[in-house]
Design a protein around this ligand. Structure first.
Ligand code: CTP
Ligand code: MG
Length: 231
Protein backbone atom coordinates (compact mmCIF):
# COMPACT_ATOMS: atom_id res chain seq x y z
CA UNK A 1 0.00 0.00 0.00
CA UNK A 2 1.32 3.47 -0.84
CA UNK A 3 2.09 5.45 2.30
CA UNK A 4 0.82 9.02 2.62
CA UNK A 5 3.30 11.70 3.57
CA UNK A 6 2.21 14.56 5.83
CA UNK A 7 1.21 17.65 3.79
CA UNK A 8 1.52 19.72 7.01
CA UNK A 9 4.86 18.15 7.96
CA UNK A 10 7.94 20.37 8.34
CA UNK A 11 10.56 17.80 7.26
CA UNK A 12 12.03 16.98 3.84
CA UNK A 13 14.30 13.94 3.62
CA UNK A 14 17.08 13.60 1.06
CA UNK A 15 18.07 10.00 0.37
CA UNK A 16 21.47 9.54 -1.29
CA UNK A 17 21.11 6.19 -3.08
CA UNK A 18 23.41 6.58 -6.08
CA UNK A 19 26.45 4.68 -4.81
CA UNK A 20 27.83 1.55 -6.48
CA UNK A 21 28.31 -0.52 -3.35
CA UNK A 22 31.87 -1.55 -4.16
CA UNK A 23 32.49 -2.90 -0.65
CA UNK A 24 29.40 -5.11 -0.91
CA UNK A 25 30.94 -6.88 -3.90
CA UNK A 26 29.87 -7.30 -7.54
CA UNK A 27 26.21 -6.78 -8.35
CA UNK A 28 23.65 -4.06 -8.84
CA UNK A 29 24.05 -0.60 -7.25
CA UNK A 30 23.81 -1.07 -3.48
CA UNK A 31 20.45 0.67 -2.98
CA UNK A 32 18.90 -1.87 -5.38
CA UNK A 33 20.43 -4.95 -3.75
CA UNK A 34 17.83 -7.18 -2.14
CA UNK A 35 17.21 -7.57 1.56
CA UNK A 36 14.51 -10.19 2.27
CA UNK A 37 13.39 -9.90 -1.36
CA UNK A 38 13.12 -6.10 -1.51
CA UNK A 39 15.73 -3.48 -2.43
CA UNK A 40 17.49 -1.70 0.44
CA UNK A 41 16.05 1.58 -0.88
CA UNK A 42 12.47 0.29 -0.57
CA UNK A 43 13.04 -0.65 3.08
CA UNK A 44 14.62 2.73 3.77
CA UNK A 45 11.88 4.80 2.11
CA UNK A 46 9.11 2.78 3.76
CA UNK A 47 10.54 3.58 7.19
CA UNK A 48 11.02 7.26 6.35
CA UNK A 49 7.42 7.51 5.14
CA UNK A 50 6.28 6.07 8.47
CA UNK A 51 7.78 9.04 10.34
CA UNK A 52 4.90 11.42 10.99
CA UNK A 53 6.65 14.73 10.28
CA UNK A 54 7.88 13.84 6.80
CA UNK A 55 6.41 16.14 4.14
CA UNK A 56 8.56 15.11 1.18
CA UNK A 57 11.24 12.62 0.18
CA UNK A 58 13.82 13.18 -2.59
CA UNK A 59 15.90 10.20 -3.70
CA UNK A 60 19.21 10.60 -5.58
CA UNK A 61 19.44 7.42 -7.66
CA UNK A 62 22.06 6.05 -10.07
CA UNK A 63 21.60 7.93 -13.35
CA UNK A 64 21.10 4.69 -15.30
CA UNK A 65 18.36 3.51 -12.90
CA UNK A 66 16.02 6.52 -12.70
CA UNK A 67 13.04 4.81 -14.32
CA UNK A 68 13.61 1.57 -12.44
CA UNK A 69 13.77 3.45 -9.12
CA UNK A 70 10.61 5.47 -9.90
CA UNK A 71 8.74 2.24 -10.67
CA UNK A 72 10.05 0.56 -7.52
CA UNK A 73 9.07 3.40 -5.21
CA UNK A 74 5.71 4.33 -6.74
CA UNK A 75 3.85 1.73 -4.64
CA UNK A 76 5.83 2.62 -1.49
CA UNK A 77 5.47 6.39 -1.06
CA UNK A 78 5.24 9.58 -3.16
CA UNK A 79 8.88 10.46 -3.80
CA UNK A 80 10.84 12.65 -6.20
CA UNK A 81 13.70 10.82 -7.90
CA UNK A 82 16.70 12.70 -9.31
CA UNK A 83 20.04 11.55 -10.72
CA UNK A 84 22.86 11.36 -8.19
CA UNK A 85 26.50 12.27 -8.78
CA UNK A 86 29.92 10.67 -8.68
CA UNK A 87 30.39 11.45 -4.97
CA UNK A 88 27.87 11.18 -2.16
CA UNK A 89 28.11 14.95 -1.63
CA UNK A 90 27.08 15.60 -5.25
CA UNK A 91 24.14 13.22 -4.84
CA UNK A 92 22.98 15.10 -1.74
CA UNK A 93 23.36 18.44 -3.54
CA UNK A 94 21.24 17.17 -6.46
CA UNK A 95 18.52 16.02 -4.08
CA UNK A 96 18.66 19.28 -2.11
CA UNK A 97 18.06 21.25 -5.30
CA UNK A 98 14.80 19.31 -5.82
CA UNK A 99 13.26 19.88 -2.36
CA UNK A 100 9.88 21.61 -2.70
CA UNK A 101 9.12 24.89 -0.93
CA UNK A 102 7.74 24.47 2.57
CA UNK A 103 9.73 22.27 4.92
CA UNK A 104 12.12 24.17 7.23
CA UNK A 105 13.95 21.02 8.33
CA UNK A 106 16.01 18.89 5.95
CA UNK A 107 17.24 15.44 6.89
CA UNK A 108 19.85 13.53 4.91
CA UNK A 109 19.59 9.76 5.17
CA UNK A 110 21.64 6.99 3.56
CA UNK A 111 19.58 4.46 1.59
CA UNK A 112 22.09 1.92 2.90
CA UNK A 113 20.73 2.42 6.47
CA UNK A 114 17.67 0.46 5.43
CA UNK A 115 16.39 -0.57 8.88
CA UNK A 116 16.50 2.84 10.56
CA UNK A 117 13.54 3.17 12.94
CA UNK A 118 11.02 5.95 12.18
CA UNK A 119 11.43 7.00 15.83
CA UNK A 120 15.07 7.97 15.15
CA UNK A 121 13.95 10.08 12.17
CA UNK A 122 11.49 11.87 14.46
CA UNK A 123 14.06 12.29 17.25
CA UNK A 124 16.55 14.01 14.92
CA UNK A 125 13.82 16.23 13.44
CA UNK A 126 12.59 17.12 16.94
CA UNK A 127 16.08 18.23 18.00
CA UNK A 128 16.30 20.59 15.00
CA UNK A 129 12.78 21.84 15.72
CA UNK A 130 13.83 22.52 19.32
CA UNK A 131 16.52 24.92 18.12
CA UNK A 132 19.70 23.14 17.01
CA UNK A 133 20.92 24.03 13.50
CA UNK A 134 22.54 20.65 12.91
CA UNK A 135 21.87 17.31 14.61
CA UNK A 136 23.55 13.93 14.16
CA UNK A 137 22.68 10.52 15.66
CA UNK A 138 25.72 8.85 17.23
CA UNK A 139 26.78 5.72 19.07
CA UNK A 140 29.68 5.32 21.48
CA UNK A 141 32.73 3.61 19.98
CA UNK A 142 32.93 0.16 21.59
CA UNK A 143 36.30 -1.13 20.36
CA UNK A 144 39.65 0.13 21.56
CA UNK A 145 41.00 2.44 18.85
CA UNK A 146 44.67 2.59 17.79
CA UNK A 147 46.36 5.09 15.53
CA UNK A 148 48.83 3.38 13.16
CA UNK A 149 51.48 4.39 10.64
CA UNK A 150 51.74 3.30 6.99
CA UNK A 151 53.50 0.07 8.05
CA UNK A 152 50.67 -0.85 10.46
CA UNK A 153 52.82 -0.13 13.50
CA UNK A 154 50.89 1.36 16.39
CA UNK A 155 51.57 5.01 17.08
CA UNK A 156 49.29 5.20 20.08
CA UNK A 157 45.94 4.48 21.67
CA UNK A 158 43.16 6.99 21.11
CA UNK A 159 40.91 7.96 24.03
CA UNK A 160 37.67 6.45 22.81
CA UNK A 161 35.53 8.10 25.49
CA UNK A 162 35.62 11.27 23.39
CA UNK A 163 34.83 9.49 20.10
CA UNK A 164 31.43 8.88 18.50
CA UNK A 165 30.41 6.76 15.52
CA UNK A 166 28.09 8.83 13.35
CA UNK A 167 24.93 7.63 11.61
CA UNK A 168 22.13 9.14 9.58
CA UNK A 169 19.56 10.69 9.39
CA UNK A 170 21.45 13.92 9.96
CA UNK A 171 19.13 16.89 10.44
CA UNK A 172 19.57 20.54 9.56
CA UNK A 173 17.74 23.79 9.48
CA UNK A 174 17.16 24.08 5.76
CA UNK A 175 19.06 27.31 5.22
CA UNK A 176 22.08 25.97 7.10
CA UNK A 177 22.38 22.88 4.86
CA UNK A 178 21.82 24.99 1.75
CA UNK A 179 24.58 27.40 2.82
CA UNK A 180 26.94 24.51 3.63
CA UNK A 181 26.48 22.91 0.22
CA UNK A 182 26.84 26.27 -1.54
CA UNK A 183 30.40 26.67 -0.21
CA UNK A 184 31.37 22.96 -0.21
CA UNK A 185 34.79 22.22 -1.67
CA UNK A 186 36.36 18.79 -1.06
CA UNK A 187 33.80 15.98 -0.98
CA UNK A 188 33.07 14.70 2.53
CA UNK A 189 31.28 11.51 3.55
CA UNK A 190 28.74 13.29 5.71
CA UNK A 191 26.80 16.53 5.67
CA UNK A 192 27.51 17.60 9.23
CA UNK A 193 31.16 17.85 8.16
CA UNK A 194 30.22 20.60 5.69
CA UNK A 195 28.25 22.44 8.36
CA UNK A 196 31.17 22.17 10.80
CA UNK A 197 33.31 24.01 8.26
CA UNK A 198 30.87 26.93 8.47
CA UNK A 199 31.49 27.01 12.22
CA UNK A 200 27.92 25.96 13.02
CA UNK A 201 27.61 23.85 16.21
CA UNK A 202 26.52 20.26 15.58
CA UNK A 203 24.47 18.51 18.30
CA UNK A 204 24.78 14.77 18.95
CA UNK A 205 21.69 12.73 19.90
CA UNK A 206 21.55 8.99 20.68
CA UNK A 207 21.59 6.86 17.53
CA UNK A 208 20.24 3.34 17.04
CA UNK A 209 21.95 -0.02 16.46
CA UNK A 210 19.26 -0.65 13.84
CA UNK A 211 20.48 2.32 11.81
CA UNK A 212 23.57 0.32 10.82
CA UNK A 213 24.89 1.07 7.34
CA UNK A 214 24.86 -1.94 5.06
CA UNK A 215 28.42 -1.71 3.77
CA UNK A 216 29.94 -5.22 3.57
CA UNK A 217 28.37 -8.65 2.96
CA UNK A 218 28.31 -9.31 6.72
CA UNK A 219 26.05 -6.26 7.21
CA UNK A 220 23.59 -7.57 4.64
CA UNK A 221 23.47 -10.93 6.43
CA UNK A 222 22.98 -9.17 9.78
CA UNK A 223 20.18 -7.01 8.36
CA UNK A 224 18.46 -10.16 6.98
CA UNK A 225 18.54 -11.70 10.47
CA UNK A 226 17.21 -8.52 12.08
CA UNK A 227 14.32 -8.38 9.60
CA UNK A 228 13.54 -12.06 10.19
CA UNK A 229 13.44 -11.27 13.92
CA UNK A 230 10.79 -8.62 13.30
CA UNK A 231 12.81 -5.38 13.31
N1 CTP B 1 25.89 7.52 -2.35
C1 CTP B 1 25.34 8.35 -3.34
N2 CTP B 1 26.11 8.80 -4.37
C2 CTP B 1 27.42 8.43 -4.46
C3 CTP B 1 28.00 7.61 -3.46
C4 CTP B 1 27.20 7.18 -2.39
O1 CTP B 1 24.16 8.69 -3.28
N3 CTP B 1 28.12 8.87 -5.51
C5 CTP B 1 25.02 7.02 -1.27
C6 CTP B 1 24.97 5.49 -1.25
O2 CTP B 1 24.01 5.02 -2.21
C7 CTP B 1 24.60 5.19 0.18
C8 CTP B 1 25.15 6.40 0.96
O3 CTP B 1 25.52 7.38 -0.01
O4 CTP B 1 23.19 5.12 0.39
C9 CTP B 1 26.33 6.01 1.82
O5 CTP B 1 27.43 5.64 0.98
P1 CTP B 1 28.17 4.23 1.04
O6 CTP B 1 27.68 3.40 2.16
O7 CTP B 1 29.62 4.50 0.90
O8 CTP B 1 27.59 3.52 -0.31
P2 CTP B 1 28.36 3.22 -1.66
O9 CTP B 1 29.17 4.40 -2.04
O10 CTP B 1 27.34 2.72 -2.60
O11 CTP B 1 29.29 1.99 -1.23
P3 CTP B 1 30.86 1.80 -1.55
O12 CTP B 1 31.54 2.99 -0.91
O13 CTP B 1 31.19 0.50 -0.89
O14 CTP B 1 30.96 1.77 -3.05
MG1 MG C 1 30.83 5.04 -0.79
Amino acid sequence: MTAQLNPRGDVAVLVPAAGAGVRLGPGRPKALRLLAGEPLLVHAVRRLAAAGSVHSIVVAAPAAELDAVRRLLAPVAPVTVVAGGAERQASVAAALAAVPAGPDIVLVHDAARALTPPALVEAVAAAVRAGDDAVIPVLPVVDTVKEVDAAELVLGTVDRSALRAVQTPQGFRREVLTAAHAVAADPLTDDAGLVEKLGVPVRCVPGSEYALKVTRPFDLALAEHLLAAGV
